[in-house]
Design a protein around this ligand. Sequence first.
Ligand code: CTP
Ligand code: MG
Length: 217
Amino acid sequence: MKTVALIVAAGKGERTGATLPKQYAPLAGRAMLAWSHQAFGDHPAIDEVLVVIGAGQEALLAAAVPGARHVTGGATRRESVAAGLAALDGADLVLVHDAARPFLSAAVIDRLIAALATHDGAVPVLPVADTLVNADGANVPREALRRVQTPQAFRFVTLAAAHRAWRGGEATDDAQMVRALGGSVALVQGDTMLEKITYPGDIAAAEARLGRETRSA
Ligand code: CTP
Ligand code: MG
């Protein structure tokens, strides 16, 4: 059984407002990308880590994670995942992860891989804490809703087929593409440490959260 981690890191990080793409920004002493790369590299069930980078970002990658295996991504996240899948030969399971979610625990990886024994895919989710309304202000019951994180784990052939068959425009995650083909996707417990870095201030907030978690551990 060969299990590969695919880290998508070809985005521009425009919403952070910074020039340097966020996945290469320093975060608690190292580049953001290095955190999840190491989490996968250290996990005994992960055989290989492949990073999907933006065109011309080889030097940034080499500085962040020396020697990392990589391919060049596309204009959208979906295209970047597809580029990564095309470069993977003979994988049985694949975990697709956002470089923008640095703090990945071995426990989340364990839960995802365990769920693949009975499902085509597995995604980490968290409950919604805020009250929700639609754009007209009407209340939306939150009890039935979940927030979806990455990594998202799949049988490789299922995800590759889902990408080939997808005609739905821009997908924001891979699980919806697998479900569109009738695949079963398990929901496993996510992790507040896996929040995505998106806006200015998110890096400082993530560092503060890491400090709190480390002190309480
Ligand atoms: N991503 C990618 N290729 C793209 C776009 C996004 O590999 N063409 C990756 C990003 O690098 C990130 C993940 O997908 O790790 C989630 O995307 P997002 O948080 O939206 O990152 P960016 O697209 O870089 O940020 P923004 O949308 O603010 O520009
Ligand atoms: Mg984006």
